[in-house]
Design a protein around this ligand. Structure first.
Ligand code: MBD
Ligand code: FE
Length: 279
């Protein structure tokens, strides 16, 4: 069937069959996606077996709550970022810390504190490197923003996230820090290890068929929000990670790989710790 006939046919199923759509936007998107799918089936001569394997695959991915992970691994979530960048550039709003994907592992409601938080529960202290990070939230005029909300979350030494990993304590490696009167936040945690897709999961199953790995470099997630401001969703990556520029979710970006200062000299460590409130 040619593409024009497919478009006509899809219109009879979705548009002509409807009295008046409760949601015209949903109708518009469904008509387009369904038409594109039918054209792909036609052009690629997709067999019924192949079609129903696809349906089974998506059912299994949904049943195991991996559709968000799949969207990351297929690059779709990163594509949304590229579009948001374009919209921002058009509006003359470029120049801030770059955005990058949220991923599927955020949990709302992490414990909140002002200025400083320790993220880790101490259970991995013996094997982990201690991480100290500080920053300032600025508004678009470059003025420090007091009272901004900085939500931080990251994986543990096994690349696992609390809540999804039931062996971790509640909200381990997840905190909300409110910036101080000078717009600053500081936290102490552990340097995380990169995430890998569940090896027996549906996302990795497809990645295997595509000849791709399912690894992310070590990273830390942020939401930055404040009244009257646009919200920033971003991450930083840990420099030196093998997967730094080979992220299965395509989230590493220029400007999101901060220099890490490794402190082993005990005197310098004391000096770093003496900065309030690390002391
Ligand atoms: C992650 O930790 C993550 O950040 C993304 C984007 C996908 C899977 C796991
Ligand atoms: Fe992550």
């Amino acid at each position: 069937m040619n593409h024009a006939d497919i478009d006509k046919l899809v219109k009879t199923w979705i548009v002509d069959a409807a009295k008046s759509p409760a949601n015209p936007r949903v109708q518009q998107v469904v008509v387009r996606v369904l038409g594109d799918l039918c054209k792909a089936i036609e052009d690629l001569d997709v067999t019924p077996n192949e079609f129903w394997s696809g349906v089974s695959y998506l059912s299994a991915a949904g049943a195991s709550s991996e559709l968000g992970l799949l969207a990351a691994g297929l690059g779709l979530e990163h594509f949304l970022d590229l579009r948001a960048d374009e919209a921002e550039a058009k509006a003359g709003l470029a120049g801030a810390t770059p955005r990058t994907i949220e991923g599927p592992l955020y949990v709302a409601g992490a414990p909140e504190s002002v200025g400083f938080a320790r993220l880790d529960d101490g259970s991995e202290s013996e094997r982990a490197e201690t991480l100290l990070m500080q920053g300032t939230v600025f508004d678009e005029d470059g003025k420090p923003l007091a009272g901004a909300k900085v939500e931080v979350w990251h994986a543990n030494l096994l690349g696992n996230y609390s809540f999804f990993d039931r062996t971790q304590s509640d909200f381990n490696l997840r905190r909300t820090i409110i910036t101080d009167d000078q717009g600053r936040y500081q936290f102490r945690s552990i340097i995380p290890v990169g995430y890998g897709c569940p090896p027996d999961g549906t996302t990795q199953q497809l990645l295997d068929l595509l000849g791709r790995h399912g690894q992310r470099p070590a990273h830390i997630h942020f939401f930055i929000s404040a009244d009257g401001q646009r919200k920033l969703t971003t991450q930083i990556n840990i420099d030196g990670d093998k997967y730094l520029w080979d992220d299965f979710a395509f989230a590493t970006r220029e400007g999101l790989v901060p220099a890490i200062e490794r402190i082993s000299d005990p005197q310098k460590l004391d000096a770093a710790r003496l900065q309030q409130p690390y002391a």
